[in-house]
Design a protein around this ligand. Sequence first.
Ligand code: PMP
Length: 409
Amino acid sequence: MSVTSGFDVAARRAEFPLLTQSVHGQPLVYLDNAATTQKPLAVIEAIDAYYRQINSNVHRGAHQLADRATTAFEEARVLVAGFINSPAPEQLIFTRGTTESINIVAQCHLRPMLRQGDEILVSGLAHHSNIVPWQMVAEACGARVVPIPVLDTAELDMAAFRRLLGSRTRMVALEHVSNAMGTVHPVAEIIALAHAAGAAVLLDGAQSVAHLDVDVQALDADFYAFSGHKMYGPTGIGGLYGKRALLEAMPPWQGGGEMIETVSFERTTYAGLPYRFEAGTPHIAGAVGLGAAVRYLSGLDRAAMAAHEDAVLAHALELSQEMPGFKLIGRAAHKIAVLSFLLEGGHPHDVGTLLDRQGVAVRTGHHCAQPAMARFGIPGTVRASFALYNTLEDVERLFSALRKVQTFL
Ligand code: PMP
């Protein structure tokens, strides 16, 4: 098995038990990592150990287990906050994931200040979860969601973005990396331009945290949203980072236990950061699992990992060029290892099913980015998305399976 640039992919694969199984009698090639990644033993075992040895509710028990659960939960926050270089752990709010994080910012940050005629600029490649929450607040306040146009390469049209930015722009919301096409946007430049125009920026980091080094302070992001399950952690847990002044100015998201300071029927006061936004019993085991995922990723040579993923993408691009009838959608100069494509004569769903029969798991359809599909005049694509444990052999399995698919079309 290949070792690229000092990254021992065989050793990494061995840490992911799910990858050893067969599907339809064929060894599994899992290429649906943009939807969700598989979990290393370190994460599975951390969750198992939490339930076997620590499980208790956090922040309120008088007993030893409650202390241990609270420590584990808050240690996870420190790890996850540190992973994106948040200046303080309390600026990292645990949420259900990217979707909830974006909804919190839309409802609690933007909505109270949004006025008739204001504009929210949103990426033309956006995932629905970075469109619909803005449409909901825009509709309630008489504001407008304005898409940032996309070039044929699946890069944002920066000249158009500069023209769209103006005194009406309250918020710029875009993905750091596109899930549909893999494009890595020039987010530092976009943030600087938005700030110069007086607008705040939310970055949807769902597709970036597992692949790129994210430094929210260096980026000067106002908000950063991400999901644990796309970075080798569990489902149902994710994060929202925000600048302290912005988070402190926001009203609570949900009301309930954990998010209060004092409650009376006359007057209730709210807790400070981060608890003000974490009503109810949190996903403690999820946070512990996400902490373990971050510890796992931090223990890797991330530069070597990124070089490996780039080599996997380069190999896929090379093989795609040799395949007649293969149409790549999304040719950004800077992209992660996501291959969105069409096969001549084959509906994406049929291609996906025929690949599955050969043990190759991909995603087909609009990838929750219908406007992006509309931009390219297509209903959907076949998407192979790679993770740190994918090999050059996986790429070869994909293309030999595609050649077989072509014989059925
Ligand atoms: N944004 C992007 C770019 C995504 O890829 C996804 C998940 N496909 C989301 C947002 C939503 O993430 P979640 O479903 O984990 O909230």
